[in-house]
Design a protein around this ligand. Structure first.
Ligand SMILES: [Fe+2]
Length: 250
Protein backbone atom coordinates (compact mmCIF):
# COMPACT_ATOMS: atom_id res chain seq x y z
CA UNK A 1 0.00 0.00 0.00
CA UNK A 2 1.06 3.57 -0.68
CA UNK A 3 0.72 6.04 2.19
CA UNK A 4 0.87 9.62 0.95
CA UNK A 5 0.51 11.50 4.25
CA UNK A 6 2.80 10.96 7.24
CA UNK A 7 5.03 12.78 9.69
CA UNK A 8 8.28 10.82 9.93
CA UNK A 9 11.04 13.45 10.16
CA UNK A 10 12.13 13.84 13.79
CA UNK A 11 11.99 17.16 15.61
CA UNK A 12 10.45 19.51 13.06
CA UNK A 13 6.71 19.23 13.79
CA UNK A 14 4.38 17.21 16.04
CA UNK A 15 5.60 13.92 14.58
CA UNK A 16 8.41 11.89 16.14
CA UNK A 17 10.75 13.75 18.48
CA UNK A 18 13.80 11.52 17.98
CA UNK A 19 15.44 9.37 15.32
CA UNK A 20 14.58 6.28 17.39
CA UNK A 21 10.89 7.24 17.31
CA UNK A 22 11.07 7.81 13.54
CA UNK A 23 12.54 4.34 13.09
CA UNK A 24 9.84 2.74 15.27
CA UNK A 25 7.15 4.51 13.26
CA UNK A 26 8.61 3.31 9.96
CA UNK A 27 9.03 -0.25 11.24
CA UNK A 28 5.35 -0.25 12.28
CA UNK A 29 4.36 1.01 8.82
CA UNK A 30 6.38 -1.75 7.14
CA UNK A 31 4.82 -4.37 9.44
CA UNK A 32 1.37 -3.19 8.34
CA UNK A 33 2.07 -3.55 4.65
CA UNK A 34 3.03 -0.03 3.62
CA UNK A 35 5.52 -0.26 0.77
CA UNK A 36 5.71 3.39 -0.32
CA UNK A 37 5.43 6.36 2.00
CA UNK A 38 5.47 10.11 1.50
CA UNK A 39 6.95 12.20 4.29
CA UNK A 40 4.67 15.23 4.65
CA UNK A 41 5.89 17.39 7.53
CA UNK A 42 3.80 20.39 8.45
CA UNK A 43 4.36 23.79 6.87
CA UNK A 44 2.16 25.81 9.24
CA UNK A 45 3.19 29.47 9.63
CA UNK A 46 3.54 30.49 13.25
CA UNK A 47 3.23 26.90 14.52
CA UNK A 48 5.60 24.74 12.46
CA UNK A 49 7.37 27.34 10.30
CA UNK A 50 9.23 24.82 8.15
CA UNK A 51 10.62 26.05 4.86
CA UNK A 52 10.88 23.67 1.89
CA UNK A 53 14.69 23.83 2.25
CA UNK A 54 14.57 22.91 5.94
CA UNK A 55 12.24 19.98 5.29
CA UNK A 56 14.48 18.70 2.47
CA UNK A 57 17.63 18.98 4.59
CA UNK A 58 16.07 17.15 7.53
CA UNK A 59 14.61 14.47 5.26
CA UNK A 60 18.02 13.77 3.76
CA UNK A 61 19.54 13.60 7.23
CA UNK A 62 16.86 11.10 8.26
CA UNK A 63 17.48 8.99 5.16
CA UNK A 64 21.21 8.93 5.90
CA UNK A 65 20.51 7.49 9.36
CA UNK A 66 17.85 4.88 8.62
CA UNK A 67 20.15 1.92 7.98
CA UNK A 68 18.44 -1.12 6.50
CA UNK A 69 14.94 0.31 7.05
CA UNK A 70 15.48 2.11 3.73
CA UNK A 71 15.63 -1.26 1.99
CA UNK A 72 12.19 -2.25 3.24
CA UNK A 73 10.13 0.81 2.31
CA UNK A 74 10.36 3.43 -0.42
CA UNK A 75 10.38 6.96 1.02
CA UNK A 76 10.08 10.38 -0.59
CA UNK A 77 9.66 13.92 0.66
CA UNK A 78 6.79 16.39 0.34
CA UNK A 79 4.88 18.52 2.87
CA UNK A 80 1.44 19.21 4.33
CA UNK A 81 0.86 22.86 3.55
CA UNK A 82 -1.54 24.95 5.65
CA UNK A 83 -3.73 27.07 3.40
CA UNK A 84 -3.01 30.79 3.74
CA UNK A 85 -1.41 33.81 2.12
CA UNK A 86 2.09 32.71 3.15
CA UNK A 87 2.02 29.93 0.57
CA UNK A 88 1.37 32.24 -2.38
CA UNK A 89 4.98 33.38 -3.03
CA UNK A 90 6.15 29.77 -2.71
CA UNK A 91 3.65 28.71 -5.36
CA UNK A 92 4.67 31.58 -7.62
CA UNK A 93 8.33 30.57 -7.32
CA UNK A 94 7.49 26.85 -7.75
CA UNK A 95 9.09 26.11 -4.38
CA UNK A 96 6.20 24.12 -2.88
CA UNK A 97 7.22 20.54 -2.08
CA UNK A 98 4.58 19.08 -4.37
CA UNK A 99 2.95 15.82 -3.43
CA UNK A 100 3.12 14.84 -7.09
CA UNK A 101 1.20 15.23 -10.32
CA UNK A 102 -2.12 14.19 -11.78
CA UNK A 103 -3.26 14.58 -15.39
CA UNK A 104 -0.61 17.20 -16.02
CA UNK A 105 -1.48 19.20 -12.90
CA UNK A 106 0.74 19.53 -9.86
CA UNK A 107 -0.82 18.21 -6.64
CA UNK A 108 -0.45 19.89 -3.26
CA UNK A 109 -1.37 18.27 0.08
CA UNK A 110 -3.37 21.16 1.50
CA UNK A 111 -4.47 21.46 5.12
CA UNK A 112 -7.49 23.54 6.14
CA UNK A 113 -7.85 25.02 9.61
CA UNK A 114 -9.46 22.46 11.94
CA UNK A 115 -12.37 24.70 12.92
CA UNK A 116 -13.90 25.93 9.70
CA UNK A 117 -13.58 26.46 5.95
CA UNK A 118 -12.62 30.13 5.56
CA UNK A 119 -13.66 32.15 2.53
CA UNK A 120 -9.97 32.95 2.12
CA UNK A 121 -9.22 29.24 1.77
CA UNK A 122 -11.75 28.90 -1.04
CA UNK A 123 -10.25 31.92 -2.80
CA UNK A 124 -6.74 30.45 -2.55
CA UNK A 125 -8.04 27.09 -3.80
CA UNK A 126 -9.59 28.82 -6.83
CA UNK A 127 -6.31 30.63 -7.45
CA UNK A 128 -4.35 27.36 -7.25
CA UNK A 129 -6.69 25.64 -9.69
CA UNK A 130 -6.40 28.46 -12.23
CA UNK A 131 -2.64 27.88 -12.09
CA UNK A 132 -2.99 24.17 -12.86
CA UNK A 133 -2.52 23.02 -9.27
CA UNK A 134 -4.84 20.40 -7.81
CA UNK A 135 -5.40 20.59 -4.03
CA UNK A 136 -5.64 17.25 -2.26
CA UNK A 137 -7.36 18.27 0.98
CA UNK A 138 -5.86 16.54 4.03
CA UNK A 139 -8.48 14.83 6.24
CA UNK A 140 -11.58 16.95 5.44
CA UNK A 141 -13.54 14.61 7.74
CA UNK A 142 -11.73 16.16 10.73
CA UNK A 143 -12.73 19.75 9.88
CA UNK A 144 -15.41 20.86 12.37
CA UNK A 145 -17.45 22.80 9.77
CA UNK A 146 -17.44 19.91 7.29
CA UNK A 147 -18.50 17.55 10.11
CA UNK A 148 -21.44 19.84 10.88
CA UNK A 149 -22.34 20.91 7.33
CA UNK A 150 -21.59 18.04 4.99
CA UNK A 151 -22.32 20.02 1.82
CA UNK A 152 -19.15 22.04 2.44
CA UNK A 153 -17.26 18.97 1.20
CA UNK A 154 -19.23 18.99 -2.03
CA UNK A 155 -18.55 22.71 -2.46
CA UNK A 156 -14.81 22.03 -2.23
CA UNK A 157 -15.10 19.07 -4.60
CA UNK A 158 -17.01 21.26 -7.06
CA UNK A 159 -14.11 23.72 -7.00
CA UNK A 160 -11.81 20.87 -8.09
CA UNK A 161 -10.42 19.58 -4.79
CA UNK A 162 -9.63 15.95 -4.16
CA UNK A 163 -9.89 14.45 -0.68
CA UNK A 164 -7.51 12.41 1.44
CA UNK A 165 -9.34 10.73 4.31
CA UNK A 166 -7.36 9.43 7.27
CA UNK A 167 -7.49 5.70 7.89
CA UNK A 168 -8.25 6.04 11.61
CA UNK A 169 -11.36 8.11 10.84
CA UNK A 170 -12.78 5.28 8.74
CA UNK A 171 -12.56 2.70 11.49
CA UNK A 172 -13.68 5.07 14.22
CA UNK A 173 -10.43 5.54 16.11
CA UNK A 174 -10.66 9.33 15.81
CA UNK A 175 -14.09 9.55 17.39
CA UNK A 176 -17.70 9.29 16.19
CA UNK A 177 -17.93 12.65 14.43
CA UNK A 178 -14.98 12.17 12.08
CA UNK A 179 -16.10 8.56 11.57
CA UNK A 180 -19.55 9.68 10.46
CA UNK A 181 -18.09 12.37 8.24
CA UNK A 182 -15.63 9.90 6.66
CA UNK A 183 -18.45 7.44 5.97
CA UNK A 184 -20.52 10.15 4.28
CA UNK A 185 -17.58 11.13 2.10
CA UNK A 186 -17.16 7.45 1.15
CA UNK A 187 -20.85 7.03 0.32
CA UNK A 188 -20.78 10.18 -1.80
CA UNK A 189 -17.77 8.92 -3.77
CA UNK A 190 -15.58 11.78 -2.58
CA UNK A 191 -12.59 9.89 -1.16
CA UNK A 192 -9.68 9.84 -3.59
CA UNK A 193 -6.99 8.54 -1.25
CA UNK A 194 -6.72 6.94 2.20
CA UNK A 195 -3.58 7.79 4.17
CA UNK A 196 -2.36 7.33 7.72
CA UNK A 197 -1.34 10.87 8.73
CA UNK A 198 0.94 8.95 11.10
CA UNK A 199 2.61 10.98 13.84
CA UNK A 200 3.67 8.27 16.31
CA UNK A 201 3.16 4.61 17.15
CA UNK A 202 0.61 5.30 19.91
CA UNK A 203 -2.46 7.37 19.22
CA UNK A 204 -1.76 8.49 15.61
CA UNK A 205 -0.21 5.30 14.19
CA UNK A 206 0.98 4.37 10.70
CA UNK A 207 -0.69 1.80 8.51
CA UNK A 208 -3.75 2.11 6.28
CA UNK A 209 -4.95 -1.48 6.21
CA UNK A 210 -7.75 -1.00 8.79
CA UNK A 211 -9.17 2.05 7.01
CA UNK A 212 -8.90 0.22 3.69
CA UNK A 213 -10.96 -2.70 5.04
CA UNK A 214 -13.51 -0.34 6.61
CA UNK A 215 -14.10 1.62 3.42
CA UNK A 216 -14.28 -1.59 1.41
CA UNK A 217 -17.53 -2.36 3.19
CA UNK A 218 -18.98 0.93 1.95
CA UNK A 219 -17.65 1.30 -1.61
CA UNK A 220 -16.67 -2.28 -2.56
CA UNK A 221 -13.33 -3.93 -3.19
CA UNK A 222 -12.37 -2.25 -6.46
CA UNK A 223 -12.92 1.37 -5.41
CA UNK A 224 -11.31 0.76 -2.02
CA UNK A 225 -8.21 -0.67 -3.69
CA UNK A 226 -8.00 2.45 -5.88
CA UNK A 227 -7.74 4.55 -2.69
CA UNK A 228 -4.64 2.77 -1.36
CA UNK A 229 -2.92 1.54 -4.55
CA UNK A 230 -3.94 3.11 -7.85
CA UNK A 231 -4.72 6.71 -6.90
CA UNK A 232 -1.79 7.35 -4.54
CA UNK A 233 0.51 5.82 -7.14
CA UNK A 234 -0.88 8.04 -9.92
CA UNK A 235 -0.04 11.12 -7.83
CA UNK A 236 3.34 10.17 -6.41
CA UNK A 237 5.00 7.94 -9.00
CA UNK A 238 7.30 10.73 -10.20
CA UNK A 239 9.01 10.60 -6.78
CA UNK A 240 9.81 6.93 -7.28
CA UNK A 241 11.29 7.00 -10.75
CA UNK A 242 13.80 4.27 -9.87
CA UNK A 243 10.85 1.85 -9.60
CA UNK A 244 10.33 0.71 -13.15
CA UNK A 245 6.75 -0.50 -13.10
CA UNK A 246 3.74 0.38 -10.94
CA UNK A 247 2.89 -3.33 -11.04
CA UNK A 248 5.32 -3.89 -8.21
CA UNK A 249 3.09 -2.02 -5.80
CA UNK A 250 0.00 -4.22 -6.16
FE1 LIG B 1 -0.68 15.53 8.80
Amino acid sequence: MIDIHSHIIPGIDDGPATLAQSKSLLQAAIAQGTTFMMSTSHMTPGVYPNSPQKIRTHFEKLMANLGDIKDQIQLACSAEVRVGPEMIPLVERNEIPWLGELDGNKVILLELPHTHVPLEAKNIIRWLITRGIRPLIAHPERNAEIMRVHRRSHELADLGCLFQVTSASLYGASGPHSNRSADRLAKDGLIYVIASDAHNTDYRPPGIEAGYRAVERIVGASKAADMVFEHPWLITQSHFSHVESPDVVV
